[in-house]
Design a protein around this ligand. Structure first.
Ligand code: AN7
Length: 350
C-alpha cells in the first residue's frame, strides 16, 4: 500500500521536529489544488487554482499545524493542551487531542463561533469555555495559564504549528512544479501567512522552486495589519478572522514585504460575494476562506493588480459546512409542498 501517510511522515526531513517524535495523525494534508478556469478568465490570469484545505480531517487547514503541535506535545510529555480559538483551531485541537488521548481545553469568544466548529470541539469532548470577550483576550488568558501550568499551548504562537502548516506551500510547489506567481489567503492571527512564506522560502532555497508574491486579506472590520494598529473590537461576518491583535502580525507584514506582495482589507459584502462565486464553482467554503478571492477581485477591479500570464493560487482554509447559518439565513427558505404531483409541477414549470 502506498497511501498518503499524513504531513509529518511525508515531509519529515523538511520539518523541525524533535528526533523520535511519533506522529499523531489523522492523515491530514494532500489536499487538492483545484483549477477554476472561469475565475482565471475573470481575473485575467492564465491559471487560477484553489488549494482546498476544507478537505482536511476536521475541515480546515489547522490540522496540518495541529498534527505537528500535538505530536511534539506528546513527545514532550504533555498530558493536556489548551488554545484560544475563533473555532477551527478548537475543533482541530480537540480532534488531535482525542486521537492522542490528551485533555483538551479551548477558550472561545462567547456567541461568535460558527456552529460546525463549536460542534466539532464538543464532539471530540474538549472542555469548551466561552469567554465574554474577544479572541485576542482569550489568547492572552490561555498564554498566561500555559506559562503557569504543565499545559501545552497549541495556538500558532507554538512554532510547531508553523512547521506543520508550511507543508501546504510544499504541496503547492510539488503539484505545480514551481511556486505560483501569487498566493492569496485570509489573515487572522497571521500564523498561516507566516507558515506559507516560511514554506515557500525553504523550498526555494533547497529546490529553486521560485517564490510567490503574497496577498494577505483581512476583513475591513478586523484589519489591524492594514490600519497599522490593533483593533479592540473587531467585527466581521467572517468570524474565523475576527481578530484584532494578530500574534504573528509582524511576521505577516514581513512576508508581504519580502515577497513584494501586500496585505489588504475587503468589506464583508465582498467576502460573501466571493463565497457565492466559489459556491457557483462547486466549492463551498466558509466566509473567511473566500477572503483571498475577494481580495484578488478587488485589486484587479481597482487596477492595482494585473495578472496577465500569471498562475494564481487562492487558499480556501475552511469548509462551508463549518458555518451553514451564514448561507441559510441569507437565502430564501426552501419551498414546502404537500405530497402532490401538481404542486411539484407548478414549482418546476413556473
Ligand atoms: C477558516 O481557529 O484563528 O491568520 O482560532 O479559521 O493563521 O489565524 C482561525 C483562523 C483563516 C486565519 N481561515 O488564519 C482559530 C483561528 C480560517 C480560519 C484563518 C482562520 P491565521
Amino acid at each position: 500500500m502506498n497511501a498518503w501517510p499524513g504531513v509529518i511522515e511525508h515531509y519529515r526531513p523538511w520539518m523541525r521536529l524533535a528526533e523520535g517524535v511519533e506522529p499523531v495523525t489523522l492523515l491530514e494534508g494532500n489536499t487538492p489544488l483545484i483549477p477554476l478556469p472561469r475565475q482565471a478568465a475573470e481575473l485575467g490570469a492564465s491559471a487560477f487554482y484553489v488549494k482546498y484545505e476544507a478537505l482536511n480531517p476536521s475541515g480546515s487547514f489547522k490540522d496540518r499545524g495541529m498534527t505537528a503541535a500535538i505530536s511534539q506535545a506528546v513527545h514532550d510529555g504533555a498530558k493536556a493542551v489548551i488554545c484560544a480559538s475563533t473555532g477551527n483551531t478548537a475543533a482541530s485541537a480537540a480532534a488531535y487531542a482525542a486521537r492522542a488521548g490528551l485533555r483538551c481545553i479551548v477558550l472561545v469568544p462567547r456567541g461568535k463561533v460558527a456552529a460546525g466548529k463549536l460542534g466539532g470541539a464538543i464532539a471530540h469532548a474538549a472542555e469548551v469555555i466561552q469567554v465574554e470577550g474577544s479572541f485576542d483576550q482569550a489568547l492572552e488568558m490561555v498564554s498566561t495559564l500555559a506559562a503557569e501550568r504543565a499545559i501545552a499551548l497549541v495556538n500558532s504562537v507554538n512554532p510547531f504549528r508553523l512547521e506543520g502548516q508550511k507543508t501546504a506551500a510544499f504541496e503547492i510547489c510539488d503539484a505545480l512544479g514551481r511556486a505560483p506567481d501569487w498566493l492569496a489567503l485570509p489573515v487572522g492571527n497571521a500564523g498561516n501567512i507566516t507558515a506559507y512564506w516560511m514554506g515557500f522560502t525553504e523550498y526555494h532555497s533547497r529546490l529553486g522552486s521560485g517564490l510567490p508574491r503574497i496577498l494577505g486579506v483581512q476583513a475591513e472590520g478586523a484589519a489591524p495589519l492594514v490600519l497599522g494598529h490593533p483593533v479592540d473590537k473587531p467585527e466581521t461576518v467572517a468570524t474565523a478572522i475576527r481578530i484584532g491583535r494578530p500574534a504573528r502580525g509582524e511576521q505577516a507584514l514581513q512576508a508581504a514585504r519580502e515577497s513584494s506582495g501586500r496585505i489588504i482589507a475587503v468589506p464583508d459584502e465582498a467576502i460573501l460575494q466571493a463565497q457565492q462565486a466559489l459556491a457557483g464553482e462547486g466549492l463551498w467554503v466558509e466566509p473567511a476562506s473566500a477572503a483571498g478571492l475577494a481580495g484578488l477581485q478587488r485589486e484587479v477591479a481597482a487596477g492595482r493588480l494585473s495578472l496577465a500570464g500569471s498562475t494564481i493560487v487562492c487558499v480556501c482554509t475552511g469548509h462551508g459546512l463549518k458555518d451553514p447559518d451564514i448561507v441559510t439565513t441569507r437565502a430564501a427558505k426552501p419551498r414546502v409542498i404537500p405530497v402532490e404531483m401538481d404542486s411539484l409541477r407548478d414549482l418546476v414549470d413556473r
